[in-house]
Every structure is written in structure tokens, then in C-alpha cells.
Design a protein around this ligand. Structure first.
Ligand code: ATP
Length: 265
């Protein structure tokens, strides 16, 4: 069953309920993210994907339920322990969230300067390394405003990678990118999983990226205010019978809007 712990789960949502005041956005979410997998948080606009991500990275306390990290209850932990666990997280926010008054290299160096005791030379060298990892080796001296949208995403990713996280959270990594830049980012995400062994949680409604990179996922519904399907985007596309999931996936395969993958209407 979705959400059951199998021993190699890096993250798990357990009865996770997110609310803003009295307004419940999502309730009773159960999901498991296997170590070394790329997990998709899917669903239409406004259903609560980013909100769920915020609860997973420690920015929003759930109204009920919790997130387990390697089996440890993140939200029951003391603040200092949560900060310690959070050091293992790398987060790429929707707009890259770079500091506009700093160069790209300074942006990447910032978490290293704030959260490690490394000397300035090592920090500079590490920032350069992370930038070359995302193909921005030559752009360290530029200001964020001088980068294209795709480059800004990659710079944000380099910063998310600064502290060698073993769990990466990516909020709409390919939104607004052209198909080629988006494909390049997909390849980079796969390399991060395969090369660095990172576990990746990705919020997205970019279907080609979801199909290309994600091994598993959860589909959230705004009306039901909970998960209505679990599984890899590709298998939801090919096998899920839920009309909302079908309609969502049909944007990529228009024939599915008329009939199901098994030929049923
Ligand atoms: N800080 C907040 N205070 C109150 N309501 C909020 C807040 N942040 C988000 N919401 C509401 O919660 C709901 C879910 O928002 P969220 O951004 O998580 O959705 P999403 O699925 O990520 O959307 P999108 O795909 O459009 O980015 C929305 O109705 C939104 O208006």
C-alpha cells in the first residue's frame, strides 16, 4: 500500500495535513520516497504541491501528521535537531531565489560560508566545482540578472548542491524553460541521482519532465484535498483510471482524453 515503510525509504509522509488557518489544503497524505529515487509531487495548479514541499523541508509545520526522514519524526524533533536534519536537504525554489546583489559564485558560496567552517579559498573552490557540475563553470562572476531563466535555475541548483545534500527538493525546476533547456535540466537531475546517489523530490506539472525522470510519485487533488493516485508518472499515464488523473495526463497524450489506454471510453 502507498505510504507503507519498506526499510529503504528516505522520506515518508504520514497522515500529513497542511492548512492555512482553518483552510485545509491537503489532508491525510501517505507517501514514501525510496532512497535514491526521483519522486514526483503532481497535481493541478493550486492543489498544494508547493505547500507539501514546504512541510517536507521544514518551512511549514503540518496541522496534523508528520514527515519521517530515515524513519525519524522530523516534526516531533527539537528545533536544533530539525536544523541538523535540514543540513542534509538541498532546496531549489521555484524562481531560483538567488540574491540579486551577489554574483552567481557568491550565491553558491553563501551556504558554505554560513554553515561550514571552511576557509575562503576552499569555499571558492567548492562553489566553482558546483557551478561546473551544472554547466555554469564560466558564469560565476555574473550577476543573476545577467543569466537566462534556464541558467538561473541551474545556478539555484548549484546552490542547493553546495552542502552535498542527500535529499534534493526541486520546486518546478523546468517551468518556463524551452524544451531543450528543460531536457538538459532533466538529464542533470538524472545525473544527480545516478552520480551522487541523491534522493530527489520534485514538484512539477511539466509532463515531459515527469515522464522522463520520475520513478514514483503522488498525485494531489484540489477538490478531494488529498492524494487520489500513487505511482510513477508514466504508469499513471498508462494505467490510472481516475478521471482527474487521466485528464491531467491527457495533455501529453490527447488520445487518452477520448479513450483510456486499454481502449475503454
Ligand atoms: N502562505 C499562504 N497563506 C495562505 N494560503 C496559502 C499560502 N500559500 C499557499 N496558499 C494556498 O494554498 C493552496 C495551495 O497552494 P500551493 O502553492 O501549494 O499550490 P501548488 O499546487 O503548488 O500550485 P501551483 O502549481 O500553481 O504552483 C492555494 O490555494 C494557495 O492559495
Amino acid at each position: 500500500m502507498a505510504g507503507e515503510r519498506t526499510g529503504d525509504d528516505r522520506l515518508r509522509g504520514r497522515g500529513l495535513t497542511l492548512a492555512f488557518g482553518p483552510r485545509i489544503v491537503q489532508s491525510d497524505l501517505e507517501f514514501s520516497v525510496r532512497t535514491g529515487s526521483i519522486f514526483a509531487v503532481m497535481g493541478g495548479s493550486g492543489c498544494g504541491k508547493s505547500t507539501v514541499l514546504r512541510a517536507m523541508v521544514g518551512l511549514l509545520r503540518p496541522a496534523a501528521g508528520t514527515v519521517l526522514v530515515d524513519g525519524e519524526d522530523y516534526w516531533a524533533a527539537a528545533e536544533a535537531r530539525r536544523a541538523e536534519i535540514g543540513r542534509r536537504f538541498g532546496v531549489l525554489f521555484q524562481n531560483g531565489a538567488l540574491w540579486s546583489s551577489m554574483t552567481v559564485a557568491e550565491n553558491v558560496a553563501l551556504p558554505l560560508a554560513m554553515l561550514t567552517r571552511l576557509d575562503a579559498g576552499s569555499i571558492e573552490a567548492l562553489a566553482r566545482l558546483k557551478l561546473s557540475l551544472v554547466g555554469l563553470g564560466a558564469a560565476g562572476g555574473r550577476m543573476p540578472s545577467e543569466l537566462s531563466g534556464g541558467m538561473r535555475k541551474r545556478a539555484g541548483l548549484a546552490r542547493a548542491l553546495a552542502l552535498d545534500p542527500d535529499i534534493l527538493f526541486l520546486d518546478e525546476p523546468s517551468a518556463g524553460l524551452d524544451p531543450i533547456a528543460s531536457k538538459r535540466l532533466d538529464d542533470l537531475i538524472l545525473e544527480l541521482r545516478d552520480g551522487l546517489g541523491a534522493t530527489i523530490v520534485m514538484v512539477s506539472h511539466e509532463l515531459p519532465s515527469l515522464f522522463a525522470v520520475c520513478d514514483d510519485g503522488v498525485f494531489l487533488d484540489a477538490e478531494a484535498r488529498t492524494a487520489i493516485a500513487h505511482g510513477a508518472p508514466r504508469s499513471l499515464r498508462d494505467r490510472c483510471d481516475h478521471p482527474t488523473v487521466r485528464a491531467f495526463m491527457a495533455r501529453a497524450r490527447p488520445e487518452y482524453a477520448r479513450e483510456g489506454p486499454d481502449g475503454r471510453r
